[in-house]
Design a protein around this ligand. Structure first.
Ligand SMILES: Nc1ncnc2c1ncn2[C@@H]1O[C@H](COP(=O)(O)OP(=O)(O)OP(=O)(O)O)[C@@H](O)[C@H]1O
Length: 657
């Protein structure tokens, strides 16, 4: 008990699991700084810390007073208790704003002394306020001041070569060609689009264009990066396989193989920036910038506000940053929905006359009238690719309907689709989900039995180190790839419909079926798939990396976890893996950047704020060949489609100023 009833209340809420302990502790810390702090300020501060953990960059004070639990996922009793407290300490928005304004704990950002910043009706933790300011300032400076003089006739020649006219589609505006032209003229650009719309294909051509337009292409320092190791490896592979075939059309004007050999392996953003153990700062920053001229970042929807701020700060002003990503996917778990915010105008285009003139001159095509509109600078550097090349079948149609929030067509597709591509598990029970995980379903076989059978086909050890190593490595790759064919994706972590319950249930079922051997229920056993949950630069594993525990080449050695680096296996002793989870079932959040042949999306029976259109869209678009929906109760799919994720942020306002 403290002498401050509000702190007692907050501690009680933390005890009940409504708030995190950290949220209540933050309010107590502020009270230590200012023992006179009003209860309204302490309450707002704890709730700010809490909503930040839910992905919001700030607390919208007006919405908080109108609907206190609106930005949380609290149950009705918790929401009611919060409403009661808000009513008693600040029944009106103006009352709360006034209390915040006079508090020495709250500043307007002009000095560094206050832990909180109030900007209009947005209340920030100082760090997040600063990150938003940095991102907005950097993006605007790069879009407006970073324009480079383009030799337009030369660009046109190269663009025509890289995107030859398609006889059957002469009248179609080529958004990919336009995206390359746009990226050429400033040091910041975004290429967004759904799965298979050719973002990587376009980025590869853009690189060829940049090499071609550069006076010293051999000196152009190109870096590729993504938020996760897997996405980074995939980017490098796709860029290479899209670039090299271009040599035939380019002839001897550029030696692409030679230029590609200068591109270093794609890195995670953490390793690109130089993550330092136990701190949130990076080796690369404004004082020690990255040594790059062109940086392509894939899966940018997963880049959170803090990371985007760090990246932009560390990028030299002349360097070109190209963000690739699907703006409609779930944002990162951490605060901020940066790509979504930056792509506000992507759908509509809203290109101004200058961009229209430039497009005509550089690409020979006129932007269709529907996309002309004259939005501020950033929209002029953003291009959305609109046609999916490999996602045209029922899964693609379902993804489009879900993304547009069109329930009827989405439900009709699911109902009619009882073929290989689409299926609804009915009635869905956890036991049924587990059966799907074991053997797949009719039309979409597989499940985890496949990779476990691969493990059972381990090559024999003959005593010839080189040949044995080769056979062993090839087998490890086969096992890892087989595991990547299927995945259970959950909306939530807790409960029998969440990752925790399903991981246990699948483990148990695979053991009962004799597919897994788990002596004495050991935590580490051969065949255990694991996902790294925390970056560990020392060990060389990063958040989101997926590996499988196997016995090493000499099968009697201690267990190791094997990961794929591109096409090459890499292993870590399991004793060095401190932060991992079993990965039969993973959250949709964690699945971003990955694709599986067959994906089962599991929605819990309880209604939840977590169920959103973005979540379902992201889940569906992880499926390459087959998608199965397992919904714990009728109506969950519809509920998810009707809920959009909205993250409080001031970035849009800053970018429009
Ligand atoms: N203009 C084009 N002409 C021919 N093929 C294309 C074109 N654009 C893309 N493709 C092909 O379509 C497929 C998908 O393209 P790509 O992988 O670049 O899409 P993406 O948007 O990066 O997908 P993801 O979101 O899954 O990363 C690839 O096989 C690519 O070669």
């Amino acid at each position: 008990m403290t002498t401050t009833p509000m702190l007692d209340t907050l501690a009680d809420w933390a005890h009940r699991g409504w708030l995190r302990r950290l949220d209540a502790a933050f309010a107590a810390f502020l009270h230590d700084l200012d023992p006179e702090a009003r209860p309204a300020v302490l309450l707002a501060a704890a709730m700010l810390a809490h909503v930040e953990s839910q992905g919001h960059a700030c607390l919208l004070v007006d919405e908080f007073v109108a609907d206190p639990a609106g930005a949380t996922s609290w149950a009705p009793d918790a929401a009611e208790a919060l409403r009661g407290q808000v009513l008693s300490v600040a029944a009106e928005v103006d009352e709360l704003l006034a209390a915040l304004r006079v508090s020495p704990l709250v500043g307007d950002g002009s000095d560094d002394s206050s832990p909180l910043v109030l900007s209009g009706t947005r209340l920030y933790l100082r760090r997040y306020w600063r990150f938003e300011q940095q991102v907005a300032a950097q993006v605007l400076a790069r879009v407006e001041g970073g324009a480079t003089a383009v030799d337009v006739p030369r660009a046109r020649q190269w663009l025509d070569l890289l995107f030859p006219p398609q006889p059957d589609r002469e009248d179609d505006f080529d958004w990919q060609k336009f995206a390359c032209a746009v990226a050429l003229r400033a040091s910041f650009s975004i290429i967004t689009g759904g799965p298979g719309t050719g973002k990587t294909y376009t980025a590869a051509r853009l690189l060829a264009l940049l090499f071609a337009m550069d006076r010293r292409p051999d000196k152009l320092r190109v870096a590729l990066a993504a938020p996760t190791g897997k996405a980074a490896a995939r980017l490098k592979q796709s860029i290479e396989s899209a670039l090299l075939p271009l040599q035939a059309s380019i002839g001897d004007r550029l030696d692409l193989a030679e230029l590609v050999s200068h591109i270093h392996g794609a890195k995670t953003l953490h390793s690109l920036l130089g993550a330092r153990p136990d701190t949130r700062t990076f080796r690369a920053d404004a004082a020690n910038p990255l040594e790059v001229d062109v940086l392509i970042v894939d899966e940018a929807s997963m880049v959170h506000l803090e990371m985007m701020a760090a990246l932009l700060q560390a990028l030299p002003r002349h360097a070109r940053l190209i963000l690739l990503g699907d703006k409609d996917q779930l944002a990162s778990v951490e605060a901020g929905a940066v790509l979504g915010d930056l792509c506000r105008d992507a759908e509509a285009g809203r290109y101004d006359d200058r961009t229209a003139d430039y497009a005509l001159a550089a690409t020979g095509q006129a932007i269709p009238a529907d996309f002309i509109g004259g939005a501020p600078g950033l929209a002029q550097q953003t291009v959305m690719l609109r046609e999916s090349r490999r996602f045209k079948g029922p899964i693609g149609q379902l993804a489009l309907a879900v993304n547009a929030g069109r329930l009827q067509p989405a439900a009709a597709l699911l109902r009619s689709g009882d073929g290989p591509e689409l299926h609804v598990a009915q009635p869905a029970t956890p036991a049924r989900v587990v059966r799907l995980a074991l053997e797949g379903r009719e039309g979409a076989p597989g499940g985890y039995a496949t990779y476990l059978r691969e493990i059972a086909a381990r090559p024999a050890f003959h005593g010839d180190e080189t040949a044995d190593r080769e056979a062993f490595d090839a087998w490890v790759v086969r096992v890892l790839l087989a595991f990547e064919r299927f995945r259970l994706l959950c909306a939530v972590r807790e409960g029998e419909w969440g990752t925790e319950g399903l991981n246990t249930a699948v483990e148990r079922a695979l053991t009962a079926a004799g597919l897994l051997e788990r002596p004495g229920h050991a935590a580490w056993y051969e065949g255990r798939p694991v996902m790294v949950t925390r970056n560990d630069a020392g060990v060389g594993v990063f958040n989101g990396d997926i590996g499988i525990v196997l016995r090493p080449l000499r099968a009697d050695g201690p267990l190791r976890a094997y990961f794929l680096d591109g096409a090459v296996p890499r292993s870590v002793s399991v004793s060095r893996l401190a932060q991992v989870e079993t990965a039969f079932a993973m959250t949709v959040h964690k699945s971003q950047g990955s694709e599986f042949e067959h994906t089962v999306l599991v929605l819990p029976p309880e209604g939840s704020r977590v169920l959103s259109r973005e979540l379902v869209y992201t889940g569906i678009t992880r499926a390459r060949l087959a998608f199965t929906l397992a919904s714990g109760a009728p109506g969950r799919f519809a509920q998810a489609l009707s809920q959009r994720t909205r993250r409080a942020s001031g970035l849009l306002d800053l970018l429009s100023e």
